[in-house]
Design a protein around this ligand. Structure first.
Ligand code: PMM
Length: 299
């Protein structure tokens, strides 16, 4: 079951001697997972600091909801949501990632101190984002994506999902490299829930080792997603509500930890931090990352 995912030396990305925990701070009125809770700068910053206190290693700040059917904010709106929050959290010493598909937002976030650009479209929504990252020393997460949220359900067709996601991500990695992003600064993400049905997500997780051919660290984001709700549906088939999927996600974090992913993206940090420690202890030296000190840093 264990693959090269555990052996990777991640030089240009923040590293630990175990998978990283990325805490989500959605500064949006409409995210499916936590929309409206952290729209004010102070609330978002307080939440970010709490995630760090609960065990998150870095924070992913987003100003655009990607829930199915969501309408896009104006660029100015997205900038106004994320930049002040990034500035304050960086000032507080956090390692910050910006969750954006837009070049303009990525540029402003980098200027505000973001260390990672997490692009759920892998450069497809706004190809200008790739040279922006290429011209910086920022890391880049390329997620598997086929279309914007309003229409992504129509694109959820696959013959062999693991092979297709791998091939499509290979194309995005090539585009990132061509834009000057160094290979050791790129991570990939299979994009659970993006143009994928619940069954697709499980099939993709089952075939996750296929991503190994790309030789890139893997980020996984399953937290609160609807495929967990479907899995945990009650006797009448009603999906488990968003706020009650945490235990299942903790199980998923532990399994991802055993597989040796680079990072998991979560909305609540405490239980997943514990799960990663369990997985790391179980694996012992298998998690050894060159030069790791036990603290997050640029190795
Ligand atoms: N999922 C969401 C948003 N951003 N980024 C990455 N890299 N991977 C994901 O799976 C991912 C993401 C949707 O969840 P949210 O709206 O609760 O943040």
């Amino acid at each position: 079951m264990l693959t090269r995912l555990t052996e990777r030396h991640v030089r240009g990305l923040p590293v630990l001697d175990q998978p990283l925990l990325m805490g989500v701070v959605n500064v949006t009125p409409d995210s499916f997972s936590d929309g409206g809770r952290y729209v004010e700068v102070d609330a978002a910053v307080t939440h970010g600091l709490q995630l760090l206190a609960d065990g998150a290693d870095l924070l992913d700040i987003g100003g655009e909801s990607t829930r199915p059917g969501a309408t896009r904010p104006l660029v100015a709106e997205e900038l106004a949501r994320v930049v002040p929050v990034i500035t304050e959290l960086v000032a507080a010493g956090a390692i910050v990632s910006v969750d954006t598909m837009r070049a303009e937002v990525a540029a402003a976030a980098i200027a505000a101190g973001a260390a990672i650009v997490n692009d759920v479209s892998g450069g497809l929504a706004d190809p200008g984002i790739l040279p922006v990252v290429g011209d910086s020393d920022t890391a880049y997460v390329a997620m598997h994506w086929r279309a914007h949220s309003t229409v992504m359900a129509q694109h959820a067709t696959y013959e062999d999902i693991a092979a297709e996601v791998t091939a499509e991500l290979a194309g995005r990695v090539d585009a990132a490299l061509a834009a000057g992003i160094a290979p050791d600064r790129i991570a990939i993400d299979p994009g659970l829930g993006f143009a994928k049905t619940a069954d697709h997500n499980w099939e993709l997780l089952r075939g996750l080792a296929a991503l190994d051919v790309l030789g890139m660290p893997v980020l996984l984001g399953s937290s609160r997603k609807s495929f967990l709700g479907v899995l945990l549906a009650d006797g009448d088939g009603v999906p488990r509500p968003v706020d009650d999927r945490e235990d299942a996600n903790t199980a998923l974090t532990a399994l991802a930890g055993l597989l040796g992913v680079w990072a998991v993206r979560v909305h609540e940090a405490r239980a997943s931090a514990d799960a990663l420690r369990v997985a790391a202890r179980w694996m012992g030296s298998e998690f050894g990352v060159s030069g790791a000190t036990g603290k997050v840093g640029q190795a």
